[in-house]
Write a protein that binds this ligand. Structure first.
Ligand SMILES: [Ca+2]
Ligand SMILES: [Ca+2]
Ligand SMILES: [Ca+2]
Ligand SMILES: [Ca+2]
Length: 437
């Protein structure tokens, strides 16, 4: 054993320090490279295994304008290098659901690969879907379009849907066809209106404005604006007019577009009667001939004054000279507080107009209020404008033509022959006075 000891304990041939260091580094480097290689191989293997086990699929939804409405995309013939067909529709959204009804993707048709060989160019793609599961693809319908492919509405999703099970190809394409339907027009009969029958004629002309009506995908001819009042057609035209009776008028506008679709709207036209005024003409016996009714003092509960004259006629004219009423003074409200009790009333006159009131003169009487004769009507007249009060009162005063030496004679009761006799008597009395020395 000693030789072993001797050998082990003998002088050792020591390797140079630098060479040993290089050798150790080289060994570590080799081990690292080997480990890297193993890792890369394992990664590649693992990835290829994963790819082989979980392939992914891309869904492509093609949306076409089914011009001939046959549920087939026979209109589209875009090929490589050809211009894009106008029958491929962009801007249509598709939603994809898994077999549990969970949304797993959505996209909108757009130009993805225009002009590529065998590709319609316009599509919605949803990539990354996995194999083996049945999925449902639904288009989101747009107003005014009718679906022809698949041509049915899925009861679960309320849209045209198709199902696909992704197993055989990495790109699965489905076609959805629609054609553009006519959109109905929208009628707008304008805002409700309230007008006043300004001239109190019982009706008023009102403009009907249907210009707010429209048809998104077509036109409405002027003659296809039809206005009815109840069952009666009263006018046609986008903007027109009709003379509505005082009261509430429920009007219906029906518009028809260039495809025969219709819509209706209603508008309420209320015609109000104008504010009306009553004219009251008071006729007094102007005993002191001063043009003022200072003789009359009837008040509440007092007896009727003897100075208020009944039986005098008044005629009222509008500002065009047309007679609008006439009446004769009588006891209408004797003894009422502040009311003279004797008057001629003309009600139902309207605001804003001038009216001329004329008394019909009676023989044997001199008018003292207004005290002038109107040149147009040849009578004592006053003009009023009805704006401020519902009852407008005017006074007309007269005094009696009295022969000297005789008391007041009720001329109005004499009659024509009585007046002639009275006149002759006045002449005789005057002649006798003149003849006496
Ligand atoms: Ca077709
Ligand atoms: Ca239309
Ligand atoms: Ca009127
Ligand atoms: Ca007087």
């Amino acid at each position: 054993m000693t030789w072993n000891v001797a050998r082990d304990s003998g002088p050792v041939r020591r390797e140079p320090r630098t060479r040993r260091s290089e050798r150790l580094q080289s060994d570590a480097s080799r081990r690292a490279r080997w480990a890297q290689s193993v890792a890369v191989v394992l990664l590649l293997f693992g990835a290829s295994v994963a790819l082989a086990q979980v392939p992914t699929y891309e869904l492509r939804m093609i949306k076409y304008n089914d011009l001939d409405q046959n549920g087939t995309n026979n209109e589209i013939n875009t090929g490589a290098g050809e211009p894009q067909s106008g029958n491929a529709l962009t801007g249509w959204e598709f939603v994809v659901y898994d077999s549990n009804g969970n949304e797993i993707g959505r996209n909108t048709t757009s130009v993805e690969n225009a002009g590529a060989n065998g590709d319609l160019g316009v599509r919605a793609s949803i990539p990354g879907l996995i194999s083996g599961e049945e999925i449902t693809i639904c288009e989101t319908q747009q107003a005014g379009w009718v679906n022809t492919e698949p041509g049915t509405i899925d009861p679960t999703y309320g849209e045209p849907c198709e199902t696909a099970t992704l197993t055989s190809s990495t790109t699965v394409t489905r076609y959805f066809g629609n054609y553009l339907d006519n959109l109905p027009p929208t009628a707008d009969a304008g805002p409700d209106q309230t007008v006043t029958d300004a001239d109190n004629s019982g009706s008023e002309l009102v403009t009907l404005d249907g210009s707010g009506s429209f048809d998104t995908d077509g036109t409405i001819a002027n003659a296809d604006y039809v206005w009815t009042l109840g069952p009666t057609q009263i006018a046609t035209g986008e903007i027109t007019s009709f003379s509505f009776a005082v009261g509430t008028n429920d009007v219906t506008l029906t518009v028809t577009d260039d495809n025969g679709a219709t819509d209706t709207d209603t508008v309420q036209i209320i015609v109000e009667a104008p504010d009306t005024f009553e004219l009251r003409m008071i006729k007094y016996n102007d005993l002191d001939e001063d043009g003022t009714n200072n003789e009359i003092n009837t008040g509440a509960g007092e007896p009727q004054s003897g100075n208020a004259l009944t039986g005098w006629e008044f005629v009222v004219y509008d500002d065009n000279g047309n007679e609008v009423g006439r009446n004769t003074t009588s006891v209408e409200n004797a003894g009422a507080n502040g009311d003279l009790g004797i008057r001629a009333g003309i009600p139902g006159l309207i605001s804003g107009q001038d009216y001329t009131i004329c008394e019909t003169q009676q023989a044997g009487w001199i008018n003292s209020q207004p005290g002038t004769i109107d040149l147009t009507y040849g009578e004592p007249c006053e003009t009023v404008t009805l704006t401020s009060s519902t009852t407008v009162t005017r006074y007309f005063g007269n005094y009696q033509l009295v022969p000297p030496g005789l008391g007041p004679i009720p001329v109005s009761t004499l009659g024509p022959w009585g007046l002639v006799l009275l006149s002759m008597l006045m002449v005789i009395v005057a002649g006798l006075r003149y003849a006496r020395p």
